[in-house]
Write a protein that binds this ligand. Structure first.
Ligand code: SF4
Length: 484
């Protein structure tokens, strides 16, 4: 009788030590191709994808959807109707993981009602050794498990699960290559995610991403420009360029000095009305990028620049590669290069042994930079990262109190940042009816401010002029400009 270990032998499982490795090897580029045997396996069947976490995962879910549609599946309007359900997971914080485990438990009854249902588990969680161990021990009803490096293999995995009733667990811990020209089924008609690079080499001590997403590797500029030109032809109004550290674009391509600023200039020439990008790292932000924002009207005057802490002691322990002084100087240069730019950030409070003085340094940096918003978090230890092993004697109640104090300050700055647009006429890309009131339209300005205003539904998907009449903490209230 084979032991569990022998049974599990056949599965390709993640390895943290492999995931840590970085070499100087060139990135391998390939193009997606569909295995002919899989072309119609999804005919008459429906798929449902649940996405957790960041924009990178949303973009990956659009790729999974594109691949499933390429093999015949259609999108289910509700989860109960689906023949395949994929959870595309996030490992950045504990609560994101707990929600996915909770959902996996809920899906057990779906499988009982429909034994042919295929359940897939993807994204960053499968890249963690502890996840695979728990899946193997406690979740026998999961059919397909794959990670961030092999989304393009989905047709084969579906075929395996569907016809051979074989469970597939295939997760690679590697630096990774790039599979380009993957099919996409986008969730939005006029705003699109465009990956420009994958992975991260920064190794911030609290972050699991370098282990789950591999090394920093840039897509070829030709493939990116071609994708954006197609989006322009299809009537898209806005693209958001995605990467863990977009400012490092091109730095991994040998014998090339083509970097992020050059890419912005080239994409601006496609005449796409709006270009946004996320996420940036201060130490790779160069003057060429700042100039590209200043010199191109269709590169939006909005910049998300995570700082994480204002204390040099904590920044060092986080391995962020810059000091508070250097960060403040980058913000100063950005505001000089692009007057009126809106800057937001990410901040972690309660990092192991963060002193009251460290926290005060964070508050004073926020005052100095005058951010117009921030995502704020309490430190969440991630197994496998260095910071998860750091001594920490700070009482959780103190961490909660620091988050409350920081959020109060950030909310005041949100409102202050919104107030500067009162009585101004702004350009809004209308997304649709506002969440809380069908008769009200909502959309974002060039500075990424949410605006609600009364308007005609014909405006949805268009960039329109709106006069701002009032500022609230989270959004602006506007009125439509009547065209003569
Ligand atoms: S820059 Fe740091 S925080 Fe951001 S993805 Fe990379 S390792 Fe994580």
């Amino acid at each position: 009788m084979k032991s569990k270990e022998e049974l599990y032998e056949k599965y390709i499982k993640p390895s943290l030590s492999d995931a840590r490795r970085r070499s100087n090897k060139d990135t391998e580029y390939t193009y997606f191709s569909l295995n002919p045997t899989t072309k119609t396996i999804g005919k008459g069947k429906y798929y449902y994808i649940e996405t957790y976490g960041c924009q990178g995962n949303e973009a990956d879910s659009e790729t999974m959807a594109g691949i499933l549609e390429a093999i015949g599946f259609k999108k289910a309007s509700k989860i109960e109707e689906s023949d395949i359900i994929i959870l595309n997971t996030c490992a950045i914080r504990e609560n994101a993981e707990n929600r996915a485990w909770g959902e996996l438990g809920r899906l057990k009854s779906f499988k009982r009602n429909n034994p042919d249902l295929i359940i897939g588990f993807a994204g960053c969680m499968p890249q963690e050794e502890k996840t695979i161990k728990r899946l193997l021990e406690k979740y026998p009803h999961i059919d397909i498990v794959f990670g961030t490096h092999n989304i393009d293999k989905l047709p084969i995995y579906v075929e395996e699960a569907m016809f051979n009733k074989e469970r597939v667990i295939e997760v690679y811990s590697k630096e990774g290559g790039i599979v380009d020209r993957l099919p996409k089924s986008r969730n939005h008609q006029y705003k699109a995610w465009v990956n420009i690079m994958f992975g991260c080499d920064e190794f911030c001590t609290y972050c699991i991403v370098p282990y789950t997403r591999g090394k920093e590797r840039s897509r070829k500029k030709e493939d990116i420009i071609e994708e954006v030109k197609k989006l322009v032809n299809d009537g898209y109004q806005e693209i958001t360029l995605l990467g863990q550290n977009v400012n490092a674009y091109g730095k991994d391509i040998k014998n090339s000095d083509y970097t992020f600023g050059d890419l912005l200039n080239d994409l601006a020439k496609t005449k796409i009305p709006r270009i946004r990008f996320t996420t940036s790292h201060p130490h790779d932000l160069d003057q060429k990028t700042m100039d590209a924002i200043q010199n191109n009207d269709n590169v939006m005057p909005f910049f998300h620049l995570p700082v994480q802490s204002g204390s040099n002691t904590i920044l060092k322990k986080m391995n962020r590669h810059y000091t508070r002084e250097e960060y403040i100087d980058v913000v100063k240069r950005l505001k000089e290069a692009v007057p009126g730019i809106s800057i937001t950030t990410d901040i972690i409070v309660g990092f192991p042994n963060e002193s009251e003085e460290d926290f005060q340094d964070t508050l004073s940096l926020v005052d100095e930079c005058q951010f117009e918003g921030a995502f704020t978090f309490i430190f969440s230890p991630r197994e496998g990262t260095p910071a998860a092993t750091f001594d920490d004697s700070i009482n959780p109640m103190i961490k909660k109190e620091r988050l409350r104090i920081l959020n109060k300050k950030i909310n005041d700055l949100y409102l202050k940042g919104n107030k500067r647009f009162v009585n101004e006429i702004v350009l809004v890309l209308v997304d649709g009816p506002s969440k809380n009131d069908e008769t009200i339209l909502s959309g974002y300005t060039e500075h990424n401010k949410l605006v609600n205003f009364k308007g005609d539904a014909k405006m949805i998907g268009k960039i329109v002029e709106v006069r701002i009449v009032e500022a609230r903490t989270w959004f602006l209230i506007g009125e439509q400009i009547e065209k003569n």
